[in-house]
Ligand binder design. Structure first.
Ligand SMILES: *[C@@H]1O[C@H](CO)[C@@H](O)[C@H](O)[C@H]1NC(C)=O
Ligand SMILES: *[C@@H]1O[C@H](CO)[C@@H](O)[C@H](O)[C@H]1NC(C)=O
Ligand SMILES: *[C@@H]1O[C@H](CO)[C@@H](O)[C@H](O)[C@H]1NC(C)=O
Ligand SMILES: *[C@@H]1O[C@H](CO)[C@@H](O)[C@H](O)[C@H]1NC(C)=O
Ligand SMILES: *[C@@H]1O[C@H](CO)[C@@H](O)[C@H](O)[C@H]1NC(C)=O
Length: 362
């Protein structure tokens, strides 16, 4: 009889829960609860959680689970690699309640040395499948890389990455916004603001991605880094294909668009990439910088092919005599089928191109 009554309540959309509609047993307020709640609940709240120093918040979720972060989620300080948060699961929905923040306390790690200083934890890893959605997450003060995406079929929407405090005196470095790797497929990141000190987005590897309506402040731009190996680097022989950046703003950073490949005999391909409707403002080094001699300037032995690249409707400004609006350094025979149209970048010095895209006079 009681079971029938419970079933009735469930069917009626009512559950035995708080006024917020969440079972109090599924509301994580202490770190010790994480494992049990994640195992037993599909409708989870993380409320003002303090994650102890050196611990990972691992949310290895059930299919279709929902997680809402509320209040201030704070990560204790320890000099380790991270990730501080890892989310796994299929068709899950993870979101931030209005006013919530996840705070990595980067200010307690930054040492002007980034990768070369003390080991600092990476922040948030998205490792989900099956049409998962991550919305309205506010990340404050990444110590090191902010978000790693190694996922299939995921939407990331309405995020803020706020590393503004790290701009002071060059304190924070290597705080990449979104790094997409690990054969990711079908990724959408939209309506998001990134304020940081390294790439706004960097694609290492993967297929079928759209990045749109991103505003990047202080960054190193909308980037690819393909064909590098070694610690923290994408694997050898990587492919990035069918990837579009559109309707984005890149302000006050070193680069606007930056495609990097190394000349160190790691193979790779970048193909079917489109940048469309991109605005630059106050970029200090290069507006569009495509270089296959990253890490060894002038070495043109790159084995990374860049084929079928379209850049259309890019406008705005770079500043300083040394800033090049467009700067292209292809490896020998590495570049083909590029089309540039509607490039209107003011300020800076001369362009340089050792490969000529169709539709563009360098
Ligand atoms: C979770 O628990 C905290 C502390 O008891 C409470 O303030 C908050 O309202 C709860 N959240 C939900 C959604 O029930
Ligand atoms: C672009 O993203 C911002 C949030 O960064 C949002 O407020 C705005 O509505 C979005 N614009 C469009 C056209 O979706
Ligand atoms: C390219 O990616 C987009 C967005 O993920 C997708 O809709 C489209 O089908 C892909 N195109 C091809 C040829 O796979
Ligand atoms: C990368 O792969 C190429 C062949 O595909 C190989 O010659 C090279 O040694 C590899 N490099 C590393 C660092 O593994
Ligand atoms: C170039 O890339 C675009 C976007 O991925 C794709 O739609 C188009 O078919 C590609 N063209 C060729 C010739 O491969």
């Amino acid at each position: 009889m009681i079971d029938l009554f419970k079933i009735f309540l469930l069917l009626a959309g009512v559950s035995l829960s708080t006024s917020h509609g969440v079972d109090p047993n599924c509301n994580i307020t202490r770190f010790s609860q994480v494992e049990t709640v994640v195992k037993n609940c599909k409708n989870i709240v993380v409320s003002n959680l303090e994650v102890p120093a050196g611990k990972q918040l691992l949310l290895d979720l059930q299919d279709d689970a929902t997680v809402v972060f509320e209040g201030h989620t704070k990560f204790g300080v320890a000099f380790w690699e991270g990730q501080l948060v890892v989310v796994k699961g299929k068709h899950v929905n993870v979101r931030g309640a209005p006013g919530s923040i996840l705070d990595a306390q980067g200010e307690k790690y930054w040492d002007h040395r980034g990768d070369h200083g003390k080991v600092k934890p990476k922040f948030f890893a998205v490792e989900t499948t099956g049409g998962s959605v991550f919305s309205n997450i506010y990340l404050l003060n990444c110590a090191h890389y902010c978000v790693h995406v190694g996922a299939k079929d995921v939407t990331i929407r309405g995020w803020t990455i706020d590393n503004v405090a790290g701009n002071k005196d060059g304190l924070a470095l290597n705080t990449d916004g979104f790094g997409v790797a690990s054969r990711s497929d079908n990724i959408l990141i939209e309506d998001t603001v990134v304020m940081n000190q390294d790439d706004c987005v960097v694609v290492n590897q993967g297929t079928n991605m759209v990045f749109r309506n991103l505003s990047c402040y202080g960054s190193h731009g909308l980037s690819f880094a393909v064909g590098f190996s070694g610690k923290d680097k994408p694997e050898n022989h990587s492919v990035a294909s069918n990837i579009t950046f559109e309707n984005c703003l890149v302000a006050n950073g070193l680069y606007g668009i930056h495609i990097k490949a190394g000349p160190d005999f790691n193979k790779g391909r970048i193909e079917g990439v489109t940048y469309r409707n991109i605005q630059f403002s106050g970029i200090t080094q290069d507006g569009i910088y495509i270089q296959e001699d990253y890490g060894d300037i002038g070495n043109l032995n790159s084995e990374v092919k860049i084929d079928n690249l379209t850049i259309e409707n890019v406008w705005g400004s770079v500043k300083g005599h040394h800033a090049r609006p467009v700067h292209i350094v292809c490896g020998r025979n590495a570049c083909s089928n590029w089309r540039f149209t509607g490039i209107n970048i003011l300020g800076g010095g001369k362009n340089y191109c050792n490969y000529k895209p169709e539709g563009f006079t360098c």
